[in-house]
Design a protein around this ligand. Sequence first.
Ligand code: NIG
Ligand code: FE
Length: 431
Amino acid sequence: MSIDLIVHSANQVLTLAGDAPKRGATQGDLAILRDGALAIRGERIIAVGDTRELLARADAQTRTIDARGKIVLPGFVDAHTHAVFAGDRAHEFEMRLQGASYLDIQKAGGGIMSTVRATRAATVDALVAQSRARLDALLAHGTTTAEVKTGYGLDTATELKMLDAIAALDAEHALDLVPTFLGAHVVPEEFKGREEEYVALVVEEMLPGIDRRPKTEDRKHPSSVVGRPSFCDVFCDDGAFTLAQTRKILTRAKELGFGLRVHADEFANLGAATLAAELGAASADHLMVTRREEMRAMAQANVVAVLLPGTTFGLGKTNFADGRAFVEENVPVALASDLNPGTCWCESMPFVIALACRYEKLTPAEAIVAATINAAYSLRIADRVGSLAPGKLADALIADVPDYRHLAYRFGANPIATVIKRGKIILDPPK
Ligand code: NIG
Ligand code: FE
């Protein structure tokens, strides 16, 4: 079988091989090959192995990339973003620096609601154009698959418009997107004092409407359904949705066949991590104030903990999620950017890894597992991305560092030299 591309002679190939989420003692299992190589045909990996063996299979058509002195790893999977939005909130950032809290700003009509106003006012084309630049930045920092949430519409028409924008971006952009419906991000201002009516709108109108969207069974990725979102998420917290409201929405979503995710324990612990375990959610995210017994319930129910240290940093806070405790309690840990205009405008998974090691007490190897294969499991796409294995999509990175630990050790500059997406060399920045 002819080979289109061979990346060879890497100091380390982090294969991330394995067939289950990595947790506890295996959370840091990178499955490293030394002097390793990766062979690609079309958009798939066909072999991972020894440089000499794979180069011996090259023919005149095979392109080769010498990765000597560098490392090769799977593209990052960013399991939690709000990358599609209009406008920005730079003025609120400045207010927070002067002492206003995130919740104070939200209560005064700003926060998520100010992005909702901008997003409602934007055309699909404007939303796509503004978001495209962020997807470009994600890709340049090594993200090859990203989850993207709605949640800046908060009315049926704008939530659907956001899904259209996500679908359009997925179709045109090299990055693969996994959409999540987050109609329950906050209660929009026009429903003030009528919160239960908004919950009823989500349950009775939005969810069934979204469920009817065509299943565009893949143009790009076989499992991805860009018309109908794969997941439903709820922001369960002070100033957002109560535990009872979250239960109502997620229970209906589950009946309709959506996978579940939940924004849990970002500010206050309302019991959302336990609820995620009870409902068999794919992930619970944030988890800055989660208790040990809740971690154990998550482990039991195979809920992936998606930690977002960029958000804690972005808020200027120091109560980072206790990543070490999640590993100790045997919960599979993933990392994500939470890219959003309010708490964390960050497109860099390497920076997220650097933060997770310092403040959430993950080792560099654990953080890399969290940013690749475990994130893929949390999105239920680990059968095609998240590790370097024959048959999987050829989503791979060459990082210009001699050892994987440098991905966490260094920060602030971009260590990613080359991005290969679905077998194509997308970015190979000149040095
Ligand atoms: O994950 N927590 C809710 N959602 C985002 C913030 C979104 C925003 O402020 O626009 C988060 O932090
Ligand atoms: Fe979020």
